[in-house]
Design a protein around this ligand. Structure first.
Ligand code: SAM
Ligand code: DTB
Ligand code: SF4
Length: 333
């Protein structure tokens, strides 16, 4: 089925995506803002917190990443954390107002065994706090996805990163098809999908259009679409990449909003380089989620207080979690 009664489409053609991408800038932002208001409360922004539960030593060769063993970056290796430490961080995030807690592991894939069982325990714990739990653990099988779902996982993050055409220039240790396979496994387990990409990998405008086309023509749109801009990491092949223009970044946000009207579009990595005014424009163009807290996985992120100041200036407020009822119960417990 390609078109739904609520106007959400997944039969976008590449020409349609290109046409949107090439609209005059202000016309594009206006159209995106109009769509945003139809599907979302424009004054609500989802606040997510990230925690790296296993850092560095990853066997994949993603050209942008600080955690790959193939690059000489300065990241400190940290083995899998203990569930009680993760819960401590999750409680802190909740107290600060986060409603979604995302745990990232520098793994190529999940392997059954003690480490995976520990992650399942973390998921149960964070879920019990009434937070929406998200994980990003590399590739997962259908059976592993089912176990994650049973533990209470709300969302799984697995980015396509760039276009299928450019992917081989970014990573060689896995294929685009591998990525799509994991996304399918996550979907069939009934977990919501968080899937987006990174700008600034050296891709062309056509690659950005093609990535957006890939995301918008998935059988079901990802419930969240994180848009990252490259945080250049010394020691990686992309350390000297040209920074992404803020106009291009806002274009990608706006086109994502128009193509995937129901999805949450997240300003992910790269906010350290974005001015308050640029972020305001991004929120106008349909972004409605951020990662908050001083650190992403291995790189810095704006200070929480700064973000709250920006919310106050723009009249924005944090969104309540999808499992709000449970959150109320947890708060009253
Ligand atoms: N290892 C798992 C995987 O690759 O799926 C999960 C963790 S990985 C760090 C999650 C995502 O973070 C990547 O897919 C990429 O989109 C983003 N990312 C990683 N390093 C980045 C960087 N230096 N700048 C911007 N985004 C980055
Ligand atoms: C996503 O799209 N961005 C987040 C989250 N999903 C896991 C990760 C950003 C990582 C930025 C680089 C770092 O801190 O190492
Ligand atoms: Fe490993 Fe993920 Fe980094 Fe790639 S992006 S090197 S899979 S941690």
């Amino acid at each position: 089925m390609s078109s739904h009664t609520n106007g959400v489409r997944n039969d976008w053609t590449i020409e349609e995506v290109r046409e949107l991408y090439k609209l005059p800038f202000l016309e594009l932002v206006y159209q995106a803002a109009s769509v945003h208001r139809k599907y979302h409360n424009p004054s609500e922004v989802q606040v997510c917190t990230l925690l790296s539960i296993k850092t560095g030593g990853c066997p994949e060769d993603c050209g942008y990443c600080s955690q790959s063993v193939h690059h000489k970056s300065a990241v400190e290796i940290q083995p899998l954390l203990q569930p009680e430490d993760v819960l401590k961080a999750a409680r802190k995030a909740k107290e600060a107002g986060a409603t979604r807690f995302c745990m990232g592991a520098a793994w190529r894939e999940v392997r059954d065994g003690k480490a995976f069982d520990r992650v399942l325990e973390m998921i149960r714990g964070v879920n019990n706090l009434g937070l929406e739990v998200c994980c990003t653990l590399g590739m997962v099988s259908e059976d592993q996805a089912r176990k994650l779902k049973e533990a209470g996982l709300h969302a799984y993050n697995h980015n396509v990163d760039t276009s299928p055409e450019y992917y081989g220039k970014v990573v060689t240790t896995r294929t685009y098809q591998d990525r799509l396979e994991t996304l399918k496994n996550v979907r069939s387990a009934g977990i919501t999908v968080c899937c987006g990409g990174i700008l600034g990998l050296g891709e062309s405008e056509e690659d950005r259009i093609s990535m957006l086309h890939t995301l918008a023509t998935l059988e079901k749109h990802p419930e969240s679409v994180p848009i990252n801009t490259l945080v250049p990491i010394e020691g990686t092949p992309m350390q000297d990449n040209q920074p992404v223009s803020v106009w291009e970044f806002i274009r990608v946000i706006a086109v994502s909003r128009i193509l995937m009207p129901e999805s949450m579009v997240r300003l992910a990595a790269g906010r350290m380089e974005l001015s308050a005014e640029a972020q305001a424009l991004a929120f106008l163009a349909g972004a409605n989620s951020i990662f908050a807290g001083e650190k992403l996985l291995t790189t810095p992120n704006p200070e929480f207080e700064r973000d709250m100041e920006l919310f106050s200036v723009l009249g924005l407020k944090g969104k309540v979690p999808d499992n709000a009822e449970k959150s109320m119960r947890a708060a009253n417990a």
